[in-house]
Design a protein around this ligand. Structure first.
Ligand SMILES: *Cc1c(COP(=O)(O)O)cnc(C)c1O
Length: 401
């Protein structure tokens, strides 16, 4: 059995299930793939921490040299708590109040503003004294699930490129200093052409903003979920982005940094959700494997129709049979339909793969079931508990009955 499977079994043994386990070496590998792909042009990476905010993970990502992309003031505070310098934090919120934006400004982090009314207020209050980045909506369809696309015409995200003239007026009249332009067209983008089309739109817009330091292409790097899936070809993207910048900079007259905000790419494959099979239930239609977890712990299959690979760590060499793997929530709660898996018995240990991004982070205590513990498999040293399993007392905490 592979080293990672042994570590997972040991983690389940030591800490029980359901359990999230994160492999630090995998995060390091993914980060190094990114930095290697983008050596030809000055590029900075800001880990989009909404994928997984455990402070131990933030510290690991910090140790690799990454910055941090945050979407709420509390993520900003978590980042500062983990040790990120304010200038290495980018705050990219949407639908936030001016007060939340100002609080982030007072913490000294980079601001990415995605709304003209907020820019007007910010400019009126601070003029050009605090440079900002502006989030544009380039109206590029990223493909994939509509729920994870942000660049389409109905999207709430960003300022439409068709409003550039208005944006320019606001900037001129308030004296705002725009030092970056940003776009993020969604998640799971296979086609590097999507990034390059977006970059062309940013180049076009950049002509109106003479004081830029960077262009931020957001994220959306795809990782493989199913066997045979491909990931975004980032080394090809790195070369094409560098070439595009080289041409553009001659026109613009100055070098600009390229920024990215990878979330899933860094942490998805690093994470496993370990569950135990409570029951095997034969019905007239199928065989269910009912596990001690549910969409309260991993919502992606029910929310996005996502595929998560499953392995049976207790019986890896067993004969394959068809199963429907379900959770224990009183709701339709299916992890996988008609999945061929090595024969499952009650008490077997199953692992959901690619559970690092938007796994624990989107979990809840629905049905008054507690949230799992989290464990880090460090690059050296023993397994480390990095979040305690929720308890019954935690469910009562804060209630004033
Ligand atoms: C969610 C998000 C990301 C990360 O997206 P992934 O698909 O996880 O890489 C990056 N930037 C912004 C602004 C986001 O909202």
């Amino acid at each position: 059995m592979s080293a990672i499977n042994e570590a997972l079994r040991a983690a389940a043994e030591q800490f029980g299930t359901p359990l999230y386990v994160y492999d630090a070496a995998s995060i390091t590998r993914q980060y190094q793939k990114l930095t290697t792909a983008f050596t030809s042009h000055p590029t900075r990476f800001f880990y989009a921490c909404k994928a997984l905010t455990n402070v131990a993970i933030l510290r690991h990502v910090l140790s690799l040299g990454s910055g941090l992309d945050c979407v709420s003031i509390n993520e900003v505070k978590l980042g500062l708590h983990a040790g990120f310098a304010p200038e290495n934090i980018l705050f990219t919120p949407n639908s936030v109040t001016f007060e939340e934006l100002t609080e982030a400004k007072n913490l000294g982090v980079n601001l990415n503003i995605d709304n003209i009314s907020l820019l007007e207020r910010f400019g009126a209050a601070f003029g050009g004294s605090y440079p900002v980045c502006v989030r544009l909506n380039p109206h590029i369809e990223a493909g994939g699930n509509y729920k994870v696309q942000t660049g389409h015409i109905d999207s709430k995200f960003g300022i439409s490129i068709h409003q550039l003239r208005h944006l320019e007026r606001v900037v001129k009249s308030t004296g705002l200093h725009v030092r970056g332009l940003h776009m993020h067209t969604g998640s799971e983008i296979k086609d590097v052409g999507v990034f390059l089309r977006g970059l062309a739109v940013l180049f076009d817009a950049a002509g109106r903003f003479p004081d830029l330091d960077f262009l931020d292409l957001g994220s959306g790097f795809k990782v493989p979920y199913k066997p045979g899936d491909t990931e975004t070809d980032i080394s090809s993207l790195g070369q094409q982005v560098a070439a595009a910048f080289a041409t553009f900079e001659q026109e613009y007259g100055r070098p600009l940094e390229c920024w990215f905000e990878p979330g899933k790419y860094l942490v998805s494959e690093a994470g496993y959700l370990l569950v135990s099979v409570a029951v095997v239930k034969q019905t007239t239609a199928t065989v269910f494997a009912g596990v001690n977890s549910g969409f309260n712990h991993l919502i992606r299959p029910m929310f996005y129709d996502s595929y998560h690979h499953i392995s049976n760590l207790s019986n890896p060499a067993g004969a394959e049979r068809l199963y429907t793997v379900v959770g224990n929530i009183c709701e339709t709660d299916t992890f996988a339909w008609d999945r061929l898996l090595p024969e499952i018995h009650e008490n077997d240990l199953l692992a959901f793969h690619n559970a690092g991004a938007y796994g624990f982070e989107m979990s809840s205590s629905f049905n008054s079931r507690t949230r799992p513990a989290e464990v880090l498999l460090p690059e050296d040293g023993p397994l480390r508990l990095i979040r305690q399993r929720q308890t019954f007392e935690d469910l009562l905490a804060g209630q004033l009955a």
